[in-house]
Design a protein around this ligand. Sequence first.
Ligand code: BMA
Length: 316
Amino acid sequence: MSKIIAGGSHNSIPWQDKPEGYKYPVWRYDGNPIITRDNLFMANSIFNSAVVAFGKGFAGVFRVDLRTRDQVIVTGFSDDGINWKLNEKVIFEGYDPRICKIDDKYYLSWVKLTPKGTVIGIAYTRDFESWTELEEACYPVARNGVLFPRKINDEYMLLLRPCDRGHTPYGDIFIQRSKDLEYWGKYRFVMSPVKNWEMTKIGAGPTPIETDEGWLLFYHGVITSCNGFTYSMGAAILDRDEPWKVLYRADSYLLAPHEPYEVSGDVPNVVFPCAALLEEESGKIAIYYGAADTSVGLAFTTVDETVKYIKEHNLT
Ligand code: BMA
């Protein structure tokens, strides 16, 4: 049995048992999508968004593309992780937020827009009301900045995907380290696309999950077909002390756009995981993902099922 070591929620996370006879390790919530444009006035779409256990329930940071098509981030709260109330107040401009609790603060990392291209913005809050922005974590151009939920050997760690300004194939995951979340360095390469389903580019997804086997990392991978891009979700296990070392990695995706709300929307064929809620005792994991750049979907797995799948389908 694989175990989640830390980062569990004190509250019950959203959950549905795996449908009878379903053979794969990740299954969808049958009420998907859980968040749509109807959750917020003036939203064109609400998608790649991240949530975390907070107080007696959950809090989140949501990517909203407005009816002006400006890309902004707002906060939201939920008692059960499924029904969300979003706030109209914009906390930052940009997109694809992740949220990560380290000690007593919640750190937001997101794709911040600058005149020279996108960078990874970092800000923190204690209450989801007031935010303190820190130095940008890199120079342009990068996306998919994902913090680890604790320091490792006294250093904060950030996964990121250096890229260029467009949607061109330039997509490896790197890691960089910092003692103070201000100066970053000691870069290491983590992984490149390998299999067809992820061949165009890859990018880290939710905050890595600490397990007894290593850091469980869900990530997205993109394949280019004659019809455009398809974004799916894969998984790897990184070394607990030196997380740039990949111990295992599934050769195949764990979730891909198959349902109507994933294959059709503003950008068809996108499954883009940004957050996971955990239960340490049971090993349950609830994954939040953007669907077709239009809405938010929820999927479930357990640490045991996912780790087993990764090992049985390990990339060789
Ligand atoms: C990526 C990001 C994501 C988006 C995806 C598909 O480059 O912009 O926010 O979900 O493209 O459009």
